[in-house]
Design a protein around this ligand. Structure first.
Ligand SMILES: [Zn+2]
Ligand SMILES: [Zn+2]
Length: 271
């Protein structure tokens, strides 16, 4: 079940090392500035009328729905809070995430470096139950958007900045470019030669240096060849029937692509 509570409490600042403007003052100010925007957002979209939520990382789409209605938003992930370990993990450092816009949150890290707030610059740290809303408020004012949202599953809270509403037709168009992988769910596509796998090292030659969840231009896909294919292709001066036939390029999901990449790249350096 989704929850939607805007939780920004004024905390006692006597506990904090005082700075000209302490982190806590800064966070409270950001929270308060978000409150009106958030109330307005909830009213405009009747957010509280939706009982369920579902999100797709690869398309960064949040769907809110009830039996008789649904609404879709594009989102930017801010980070996650684990209630098990009481720790916050910034989206930019979440290696498991395939959300293409997660690195937008680097802007907050840069701000933190300028003004010296460790909570804005540390990838993963212990924090209290308010940290998620504090950091989401700060991020909202840096990146802009129409509102914020939080979903809770098991012990994990995940925070979003919603950038715009999107129609069902647009959602279908975006998601028609994704593939459904048995292991990874709905994901972006990637292209690899038939020889690449995660049981035998074959080398991993990429069209461009990649990382999981990176933002790609339209019409650009993750692509990789084994060493042998990389040798074959220039021999034939680019692709021809022979090299195409040798490579037999296949489609995999982004998740599988990075499993294979990690296997091939990391084992190279081992004894
Ligand atoms: Zn190959
Ligand atoms: Zn996969």
């Amino acid at each position: 079940m989704g929850t939607f509570i805007h939780l920004c409490l004024m905390k006692d600042e006597n506990h904090l090392n005082s700075k000209p403007t302490s982190y806590q003052e800064f966070a409270n100010d950001n929270c308060h500035r978000l409150t009106d925007i958030q109330d307005n957002f909830k009213a405009i979209y009747s957010i509280d009328d939706y009982e369920n939520w579902y999100y797709t990382q690869a398309s960064e789409i949040l769907r809110l729905y009830s039996d008789d209605k649904e609404i879709f938003f594009k989102y930017i992930p801010v980070g996650t809070y684990s209630k098990d370990s009481n720790t916050w993990l910034w989206a930019w450092s979440n290696k498991d995430s395939v959300e293409p816009r997660k690195l937008k949150t680097i802007k907050v890290k840069e701000l933190g470096e300028q003004i010296g707030y460790e909570k804005l610059t540390t990838n993963h740290f212990e924090g209290d139950e308010y940290i998620g809303w504090e950091l989401t408020s700060i991020t909202f004012h840096q990146l802009g958007g129409i509102g914020t949202y939080r979903v809770v599953s098991d012990h994990l809270e995940k925070y979003f900045i919603l950038t715009n509403e999107i129609s069902k037709t647009e959602v279908e168009k975006i998601e028609s470019n994704l593939i459904e992988c048995e292991s990874h769910g709905l994901m972006r596509t990637a292209f690899i030669c038939q020889h690449l796998n995660n049981s035998n090292k074959t080398g991993f030659e990429e069209a461009f240096e990649s990382h999981k969840g990176m933002e790609l231009e339209e019409d650009v896909d993750f692509q990789a060849l084994c060493d042998e294919c990389e040798v074959q292709r220039p021999k034939t001066d680019g692709w021809n029937d022979e090299s195409m036939n040798f490579a037999k390029i296949k489609l995999v999901c982004e998740g599988c692509y990075f499993v294979i990449k990690e296997f091939n790249v990391n084992t190279i350096h081992k004894a």
